[in-house]
Write a protein that binds this ligand. Structure first.
Ligand code: ADP
Length: 475
């Protein structure tokens, strides 16, 4: 089989990881490099306006110089306060006391044309000025905000660089390149590691499944800690077990069938030879031998019929043809046939019928007949001549309950759960057990299960058994 590398779990996982990393970094790049600039200057402008209002507050409170110096320094801005006649009241450039600061002083000295500012402020209806100057020489931008303190002739102008922090951005860009490369390497490693961890158990399972395909039922699929895969492992282990059981049953079935077929065939051959060689002339002996041959042939026919019924039922080939019928009459007819088959015989069973009359049920008539037939024939098979076999029918709200009660051999407690299985025979030593195929109760079980009806048995060894089942009533 040619393997397509692109379709492997590891490659796909790696691809998704890389795509994810690239996606994240594309967004980061966009945010940092493209939008940061615009975002920064807007923020800075708002900050300058807010600071100017603060300067106004401080100024109006008096004793402002140091506080405003501090503000100007910390925000790398220049602040000018002057009156509308052009007299400077405060100028952060000049009042800045270098020695009082431990850090660097603002490195740009910016002056403004106060008269021009005053003119602009006077012309502005809102008594406010706001503009950006581009200093091509330094490739930088400066934001100027000015206002007249209401009800006074004092103007405050604040000048601040809103440089697009080029340096920061380029550092970020370089860093991003490094981070991107590192992230790609890390995601590759993680994806390889992950895919190994994920694909290894799957490959192992594949190996096991191959062994299973070759008929090795000892394989055990190992769990690996991922729920989805573990569920699959459970299912596969379960399937293995079922396959093993099926295989065992198949072997057992073959062994049983061949054994069951062989015994009557041997008998038939032996008796045929006896007729040919010994009893041919002796009518009485011949009749006796022929009877054995006919009995054995019947046994073979029954066995083959049972096997065919069972295989049909088990493979689900037979669908239930449900109809309405009178179960009381059906039971009577079957019992009549059994009575007839023993009629005239010296040894026979006693039948007692305790039936509610004309009970209508809804089920597959011929299959239910088979159930009753199998149960009564077992009752006959496993009880001595002269014993009583009682068939009861009681009706309840939605069901009828049918019981076949014998006074026969009964069933050992340890066998009671197994008798419904194929080819299970508990009374191995029972004198007339030779007749059984070991399939009768299995057929009963399958038919009743297909009808979804309850059934069961109570039995006491040596005292007898009570086999019962229910059928859904009609009307
Ligand atoms: P078989 O053809 O051997 O009778 P069945 O499937 O009909 O096969 O029954 C399975 C086993 O259950 C029987 O071999 C027998 O040991 C036991 N069994 C069934 N019916 C009765 C019964 N009425 N009394 C005692 N044992 C029974």
């Amino acid at each position: 089989m040619k393997k397509n590398k692109v379709n492997t779990l590891s490659f796909r996982l790696w691809l998704y990881f890389i795509a994810f990393a690239i996606g994240i970094f594309a967004i980061l790049w966009l945010m940092q490099v493209v939008f940061l600039q615009a975002y920064y200057s807007t923020m800075k402008k708002n900050e300058v306006i807010k600071l100017t209002n603060k300067v106004e507050e401080i100024f109006l409170e008096g004793n402002y110089e140091e506080l405003i110096d501090d503000l100007a320094y910390k925000n790398i801005s220049n602040i000018f306060i002057f009156d509308t006649y052009g007299n400077t009241i405060y100028d952060s450039n000049t009042t800045l006391n270098v020695e009082s600061f431990s850090g660097n002083v603002p490195n740009r000295t910016i002056d403004i044309d106060e008269n021009a500012a005053i003119r602009m402020l006077e012309n502005s209806p809102s008594r406010e000025i706001k503009y950006t100057i581009r200093l091509d020489k330094f490739k930088s931008k400066i934001f100027v905000y000015g206002k007249v303190i209401p009800y006074t002739n004092i103007c405050i102008v604040m000048v601040s660089s809103i440089d697009p922090i080029d340096a920061t951005i380029s550092i970020l860009a370089v860093q991003l390149v490094y981070i991107t490369v590192i992230a790609l390497i890390i995601s590759s490693i993680i994806s390889i590691f992950l895919s190994k961890r994920l694909s290894k158990p799957i490959s192992n399972m594949n190996e096991m499944a191959k062994r299973l395909a070759l008929g090795d039922y000892s394989v055990k699929f190992e769990k690996c800690g991922y729920n989805e895969i573990d569920n699959l492992v459970d299912t596969l282990n379960d399937t293995t077990k079922k396959l093993k059981d099926t295989d065992e049953t198949r072997r057992e079935l073959m062994a049983n069938v061949s054994h069951d077929l062989k015994t009557p065939l041997t008998m038939i051959k032996a008796y045929s030879e006896m007729i040919r060689d010994l009893s041919g002339e002796n009518k009485e002996k011949r009749e006796e031998h022929l009877k054995t041959i006919i009995d054995e042939t019947d046994r073979l026919t029954n066995l083959v019929n049972d096997m065919m019924d069972l295989s049909k039922i088990e493979t689900g080939l037979v669908e239930l043809n449900k109809e309405e019928f009178n179960i009381s009459d059906v039971i009577k007819n079957i019992v009549k046939k059994f009575e007839a088959s023993e009629e005239g015989k010296h040894k026979r069973h006693k039948f007692i019928l305790l039936l509610e009359e004309s009970q209508m049920v809804f089920a597959d008539k011929s299959k239910i007949e088979q159930v009753i037939y199998n149960l009564i024939s077992n009752a006959i098979k496993y009880s001595e001549y002269g014993k009583t076999i009682t068939v009861k029918l009681n009706s309840y709200a939605s069901k009828v309950k049918i019981q076949i009660i014998d006074e026969g051999a009964g069933i050992k407690e340890e066998d009671i759960n197994n008798i419904w299985n194929r080819y299970y025979r508990s009374n191995k030593n029972f004198s007339r057990n030779l007749e059984g195929s070991g399939l009768g109760l299995c057929i009963v079980k399958n038919i009743l299960n297909a009808h979804k009806e309850n059934f069961g048995v109570t039995s006491q060894e040596g005292k007898g058994s009570n086999f019962w089942f229910e059928i859904t009533r009609k009307g």
